[in-house]
Write a protein that binds this ligand. Structure first.
Ligand SMILES: O=P(O)(O)OC[C@H]1O[C@H](OP(=O)(O)OP(=O)(O)O)[C@H](O)[C@@H]1O
Ligand SMILES: Nc1ncnc2[nH]cnc12
Length: 153
């Protein structure tokens, strides 16, 4: 579905990316099929393909902010930000940022958590791209959208 919707159907890079991601059954608890992107990071071609796909899609779209979700969004977001000429804004787990923050709580596939962003990192009216490695329940992405939407309001 992702490939068809994004014009990537038949793109050989997708197979290389898919093969580079290790699937670990029952981690970190029974029933979870853990998608391990650390093996993708070991494969520099598949890693570059991953970044390139986002850069090709989002360059020249007037995006000035790439917001990366801790921790795995930090592994892809900065490369994409540099390539499309945007700033990188970390969306961090609680009590990691030293300045004034805005927070958004959310539910995970296996627990609850919260994302925080520095006040002033994003200005009203800026266009943002949110980067993470994976969507499971969508709770994290939803919280990230809400956090950035707070600024836009
Ligand atoms: O769609 P969801 O159900 O919200 O799940 C997806 C989120 O879960 C994982 O992060 P996790 O919270 O495990 O943190 P980590 O990146 O620090 O390992 C993953 O990297 C996404 O951020
Ligand atoms: N199935 C999964 N694999 C990797 N990270 C996750 N975070 C939430 N669900 C996950």
């Amino acid at each position: 579905m992702f490939a068809a919707e994004n014009g990537l159907k038949g793109d050989p890079r997708l197979q290389a990316i898919s093969e580079a991601i290790r699937v670990v059954p029952h981690f970190p608890k029974p029933g979870i099929m853990f998608q391990d992107i650390t093996t993708l990071l070991l494969d520099h071609k598949a890693f570059k393909h991953t970044v390139d796909i986002f850069v090709d899609r989002y360059r020249d779209m007037d995006i000035s902010v790439v917001a990366g979700v801790e921790a795995r969004g930090f592994m892809f977001g900065p490369s994409i930000a540099l390539a499309i000429g945007a700033k990188f804004v970390p969306l961090r787990k609680p009590r990691k940022l030293p300045g004034e923050v805005i927070s958004e709580a959310y539910e995970l596939e296996y627990g609850t958590d919260c994302l925080e962003m520095h006040v002033g990192a994003v200005q009203p009216g800026e266009r943002a791209l949110i980067i993470d490695d994976l969507i499971a329940t969508g709770g994290t992405l939803s919280a990230a959208i809400t956090l950035l939407g707070t600024v836009q309001a």
